[in-house]
Design a protein around this ligand. Structure first.
Ligand SMILES: Cc1cc2nc3c(=O)[nH]c(=O)nc-3n(C[C@H](O)[C@H](O)[C@H](O)COP(=O)(O)O)c2cc1C
Length: 183
């Protein structure tokens, strides 16, 4: 199994999404010594904004297509994903490769892959909460992966900027949740 592990947080070792995505990868590889791992740190080595010329370089797309499982650390910045992660998505949503338009509408072509996202959010956004309309991270990622034929799984740590106690509790809960992913 080849795992593609992506991080995007600018917070280095203090990052919750990095800790959770690492734990997910640990769980996926725990009994699989044959796993191949490709790591891409989009904060340390950002992809440039998309240009027409950048379309010619298909290396990021090929890396994605070659993976059996993709683990993504996704912090919420300004109610959505970091621009570093958006630049990566701009390279994997490619007509004719990961989706196509048909007479019956768009069709995803990237199915058969497991995508697991570690979300880290400063606030709470559950349905019905005052800030729920501002949630454009999980909803966006679910939308784009559905679009290319994948049902992503999410492990979320929420309320991380409410208090230190809440932060610890939410991260512990999320790390605990990663254990079930090995099954
Ligand atoms: C630049 C910036 C913008 C942020 N914007 C939001 C936001 O809009 N909503 C929110 O709930 N949290 C926001 N946060 C808080 C982060 O989501 C939270 O600190 C989370 O832990 C970030 O993930 P990380 O620890 O992996 O970096 C923001 C943090 C930063 C640094």
């Amino acid at each position: 199994m080849t795992i593609l592990h992506i991080d995007a947080s600018i917070n280095g070792e203090n990052s919750a999404s990095r800790a959770i995505s690492r734990s997910i990868v640990d769980q996926l590889t725990i009994d699989r010594r044959d796993s191949g791992l490709v790591y891409r740190d989009l904060a340390a080595e950002p992809l440039p904004h998309l240009t027409l010329e950048a379309f010619a370089d298909t290396s990021v797309l090929e890396e994605f297509l070659a993976a059996d499982a993709v683990v993504i650390g996704a912090p919420m910045y300004n109610f959505t994903l970091p621009t570093q992660l958006k630049a990566w998505i701009d390279r994997i949503l490619v007509a004719g490769q990961t989706f196509r338009y048909t007479a019956n509408g768009p069709e995803g072509l990237a199915g058969g892959k497991r995508v697991i996202v570690a979300l880290a959010r400063g606030g709470f956004y559950e349905q019905g909460s005052p800030a729920s309309a501002l949630e454009h991270l999980e909803t966006y990622l679910r939308g784009i992966f559905n679009f290319i034929g994948i049902e992503p799984e999410f492990v979320a740590a929420d309320g991380l900027n409410i208090s230190l106690e809440q932060r610890r509790e939410s991260i512990d809960l999320a790390l605990g949740e990663t254990v079930r992913l090995a099954a």
